[in-house]
Design a protein around this ligand. Sequence first.
Ligand SMILES: Cc1cc2nc3c(=O)[nH]c(=O)nc-3n(C[C@H](O)[C@H](O)[C@H](O)COP(=O)(O)OP(=O)(O)OC[C@H]3O[C@@H](n4cnc5c(N)ncnc54)[C@H](O)[C@@H]3O)c2cc1C
Length: 388
Amino acid sequence: MKLEYTPRQKAFRKEIRAWLKKHVPKKPLETFDTPAGFEQHRQWEATLFSGRWSAVTWPKDMGGRGADLIEWLIFEEEYWAAGAPLRVNQNGVFLLAPTLMEFGTAEQKARFLPRMAAGQDIWAQGWSEPGAGSDLAAIRCKAEREGDEYVINGQKTWSTRAVWADWLFGMFRSDPNSQRHQGLTFLLLPLMARGITIRPIKQLNGLTGFAEIFFDNVRVPVANRLGDEGAGWSIAMATAGFERGLMLRSPARFQQTAKNLIALYQAHRKTADQDPSLRDAVLKSWMDAEAYTLATYATACRLARGGQIGAEASTNKIVWSELDLLMHETAMRILGARGELMPSAPDAGDLGNWLDGFLFAQAGPIYAGTNEIQRNIIAERMLGLPRA
Ligand SMILES: Cc1cc2nc3c(=O)[nH]c(=O)nc-3n(C[C@H](O)[C@H](O)[C@H](O)COP(=O)(O)OP(=O)(O)OC[C@H]3O[C@@H](n4cnc5c(N)ncnc54)[C@H](O)[C@@H]3O)c2cc1C
């Protein structure tokens, strides 16, 4: 077997590398969990779009490059290696867009996709509610049909980026007499709509990465419905597949963290080597990041041959979230008390990024479906074990 990139893939890598070298901001952007940082990241999405790099896997006529999964992996490797900004429109570009392409009407695609690709509309995801997280089918937030509108009442929570985002995609109970997965409808709505109140939630790092959303007689036109009334669950499960599958967290992100961890270890080797288990943890981090990368390439090749990702998405989610925790915990152990410096601390330098990453890594086993739920899926659908 000859494992090598094709000339076309090599040219693709060269092109993105050169573009990033020219365009990645020399000074890191402010975090997107502040109003100024959010706008800087929106501007960066527009810059990416100007080079046709904001949505590489989308079809060309929708502003993408029609890149296949291997090209996407290459794009991500170059993107992370270049230290390019985090993607503020991840919910839109990687989650909603594939769902829209599969289930949206031609009008909806034309209306939403170009603005999304250009960073003009930043999207938030509105699924979770108090009492409907892991048990998503317990959604209670209502969308009652009145003529050619839905009237929404209720609450969503934990909605990432919703504090400054423009649009929300969410699932609502359109049939008040329905139970569980039935009677749910997938709607797209502007967060500026009358009757919406957004209450920011403070994260561990003191910033507001997500929000509660309250709906008080919010009117949404039927034209903003994705798919049929009552078909929301199966559409949302397609989105969840994209989320847990390949697109949410590319292996390049973790390969880059592993490289940074090795550099950190080398810079602190004298003290770090006093505890041999630290060296083992650094090595394991690097090996696991490489293994995850190779496994993802194998999956991408399988999908290219017409395969499905299925419950394997759940194993991916567990692997990357636990790897992220291991890497950041190891960095904290190497840094000792200095690891507690916030990025904003005067003496933090680059070290503050480790604390930020460590705090965010705690959320990895929770968002996009908790790891306990992923383990249930693996047990039932991959291993065929009986339901607990
Ligand atoms: C950083 C972050 C960003 C998020 N962004 C969004 C967003 O943009 N939009 C959105 O809609 N939601 C978002 N969420 C919410 C996320 O999807 C939920 O937190 C998650 O689904 C868990 O739901 P819950 O918090 O209600 O916990 P619960 O469902 O109450 O779970 C509590 C605990 O019980 C365990 N548990 C529950 N049921 C079972 C079971 N059947 N078997 C075994 N264990 C079980 C869980 O694993 C967990 O440990 C985000 C969460 C985080 C942390």
